[in-house]
Design a protein around this ligand. Structure first.
Ligand SMILES: Nc1nc2c(ncn2[C@@H]2O[C@H](COP(=O)(O)OP(=O)(O)O)[C@@H](O)[C@H]2O)c(=O)[nH]1
Ligand SMILES: Nc1ncnc2c1ncn2[C@@H]1O[C@H](COP(=O)(O)OP(=O)(O)O)[C@@H](O)[C@H]1O
Length: 212
């Protein structure tokens, strides 16, 4: 009798208003869980100091992005803060087929599109809230990667982004980062065990009952 092990991969989405901690949680999760890999988005945004092309984002110009749209290379794409962001289709489809999990740091527009896609059943979505708007602003300032204008623009969009909270499966308040990571890992552990994701269960139970 073989114990069921292989399962379908899942798509774990992390969304939040800018500055609430998606990138921080993404990096910590990737560093502690070898079974999940990041969907590297393409963007027309300019790289921040320390961001690596091909690792944090695939940085492309507007023409290149348009060509990717026209040739159907995106699973979803959206305009956020005046820049375009999109999820390349190929690596996601390959990961799911091979039973590997994939992590997305994308906004509510992208999450809606993934939910409606063919792979919508493989989606698990988490929305991160900041403990307060004051704390959100102080995190954006402390990150020191954006100009004052950009920070104002991101703060003015925060309420709009937060208004989509109820579209997500799980809501976490990112106060203590260690606690938040623990909660994300707990969700992942539980979702991996869902009956419909486990392959070979029916055969396992049949053999179990037959005493084999
Ligand atoms: N729809 C969509 N949104 C994305 C994608 N990649 C990043 N985003 C979102 O775009 C927004 C801006 O990202 P970024 O410029 O890195 O700033 P951040 O908010 O500080 O992470 C965030 O809400 C990201 O989650 C993508 O491929 N698709
Ligand atoms: N729980 C937390 N407590 C305090 N600071 C945090 C926490 N999570 C993230 N930060 C800091 O806040 C800033 C914004 O976080 P980041 O992960 O870049 O957010 P996002 O990707 O959602 O825009 C960074 O400087 C990060 O180090």
């Amino acid at each position: 009798m073989s114990i069921p092990g292989a399962r379908r991969g899942l798509m774990l989405v992390l969304s939040s208003p800018s500055g609430a901690g998606k990138t921080t949680m993404t990096k910590r999760l990737l560093a502690t869980d070898p079974q999940i890999s990041l969907s590297v988005s393409a963007t027309t945004r300019k790289p921040r100091v320390g961001e690596i092309d091909g690792q944090d984002y695939q940085f492309v110009d507007q023409d290149h992005f348009d060509r990717m749209v026209q040739t159907g290379q995106f699973l979803e794409w959206a305009t956020v803060f005046g820049n375009r962001y999109g999820t390349p289709r190929g690596p996601v489809e390959q990961a799911l087929t091979e039973g590997r999990d994939i992590l997305f740091d994308i906004d509510w527009q992208g999450t809606q599109q993934l939910r409606q896609s063919q792979s919508g059943g493989d989606l698990v979505s988490i929305f991160l809230l900041p403990p307060s708007l004051e704390e959100l602003e102080s995190r954006l300032k402390q990150r020191a990667s954006d100009s004052a204008d950009v920070i104002t623009q991101r703060m003015s969009r925060a309420a709009d982004e937060i208004s989509h909270w109820a579209e997500y499966d799980y809501i976490l308040v990112n106060d203590d980062p260690g606690q938040c990571l623990h909660e994300i890992r707990s969700i992942l552990t539980t979702e991996r065990l869902r009956r419909e994701r486990q392959r070979g269960l029916a055969g396992f139970v049949r053999d179990l009952l037959a005493g084999e």
